[in-house]
Design a protein around this ligand. Structure first.
Ligand code: ZN
Length: 367
């Protein structure tokens, strides 16, 4: 039986269409107008959590780009948001949270400034916007061209899929795999920066604070869906087409406090969130989503190494990060030649500190 106020599948799809049509109109009246191109959305009825970026290459001077999504993706994401709210409101794991977050006033309820239904919608909108911007990142940086040049695939389409079906489970190895991984990380970076900018542009005060938390949870919900219920298995060099989802979460969540600290949101947006508050929010949201995902899938034991850690704290992953850094430095000049947008802030970058740590890692034949 449907719960009161639960959205129907077609209402979720309608809501998504409204959100995407606003984004697409803005892009077509701005960025895509400037490059004499066009972007649009394509839908698929495949029953899998699945998004993609496609390019019509008939005429390079008038680029036609497509962000594709299955209906199933948006319905599943909305249902995840609903179930996550129910999980938090139930307080079933509050004893665990009380211990882990003893120094942090974590929210026992997710609807503070807005109604419960609006909160769910806002979190969902954050999630689908991030997915859209991820695909947009592939498109505006023309990752398809670079991937093709490195043998990542025969076509320019880029597919992001939660299940290991044969759509994305290309058994890429070596340089092709590294290029595929790093362009995924670059698309995540673009998407996260774009979402953070949009939140800072549209909100301030307590509503901004609530949106930050909501976005952090949405990001974790999307990436835990990709991750599943398995333990984290380290890899010393890239394999396959996509990075480990927990690594993607570890690379994107810190952008929240890095970007907003630089923006000084307490002054500029009248936010009450300090840098430490935002660090706590990102670990709280990732941890609660991880536990929620296990409960949702009826896993009653917590797999080993299931939650996020700092990227640099996973020593066995340092060679992997070095591969990613080196390949990004190698392909970046080519991306600069073919990209459709000149916006260095949304382009993947590594701090001098990060580079220093990786400088001492020696890559041998085994990694
Ligand atoms: Zn992707």
């Amino acid at each position: 039986m449907l719960q009161v106020n639960q959205l129907l599948d077609n209402e979720i799809i309608d809501l998504t269409c409204q959100v995407f049509s606003t984004i697409v109109d803005d892009l077509n009246n701005g960025l895509y107008k400037d490059i004499n191109g066009e972007i649009s959305v394509r839908w698929s009825i495949r029953e899998v959590f699945y998004a993609w970026a496609a390019v019509d290459i008939t005429d390079e001077s008038t680029p036609k780009h497509y962000v594709g999504l299955t209906y199933e993706t948006v319905v599943l994401l909305y249902r995840d948001v609903e179930a996550y709210f129910k999980y938090i409101e139930s307080g079933i794991d509050n004893d665990k949270f009380d211990t882990i977050f003893q120094d942090f006033e974590y929210p026992k309820s997710l609807s503070l400034a807005s109604s419960l239904e609006d909160c769910k919608k806002n979190m969902f909108i954050s999630g689908i916007t991030w997915l859209f911007f991820h695909e947009l990142g592939h498109l505006v940086q023309e990752h398809g061209i670079v991937r093709q040049e490195y043998g990542c695939g025969v076509r320019m389409d880029i597919v992001d899929c939660a299940s290991n079906d044969n759509v994305t489970n290309q058994l890429l190895t070596g340089k092709a795999s590294a290029v595929s991984h790093v362009t995924e990380i670059a698309a995540d970076y673009f998407a996260t920066i774009s979402c953070l900018r949009a939140l800072a542009r549209h909100f301030d005060g307590s509503v901004f604070d609530e949106e930050v938390r909501s976005f952090s949870v949405a990001l974790a919900l999307v990436l835990y869906r990709f991750h599943g219920t398995e333990s984290f298995t380290p890899m010393s060099k890239p394999k396959g087409s996509h990075p480990i989802p927990l690594i993607r979460l570890e690379q994107t969540q810190p952008l929240i406090f890095e970007v907003y600290s630089k923006l000084n949101v307490q002054e500029t947006l009248n936010s009450s969130l300090s840098r430490l508050d935002m660090i706590n929010i990102t670990s709280w949201s990732s941890y609660t989503v991880g536990l929620f995902w296990l409960r949702k899938n009826r896993h009653f034991e917590i797999p080993e190494d299931y939650f996020i850690a700092g990227s640099m704290q996973r020593h066995e992953m340092l060679p992997y990060h070095k591969h990613i850094l080196e390949v990004w430095d190698e392909i970046k000049p080519r991306i600069d030649e073919v990209k459709r947008i000149d916006d260095e802030y949304s382009e993947l970058q590594f701090s001098p500190h990060y580079r220093n740590i990786l400088e001492n890692i020696v890559l041998g034949s085994g990694n």
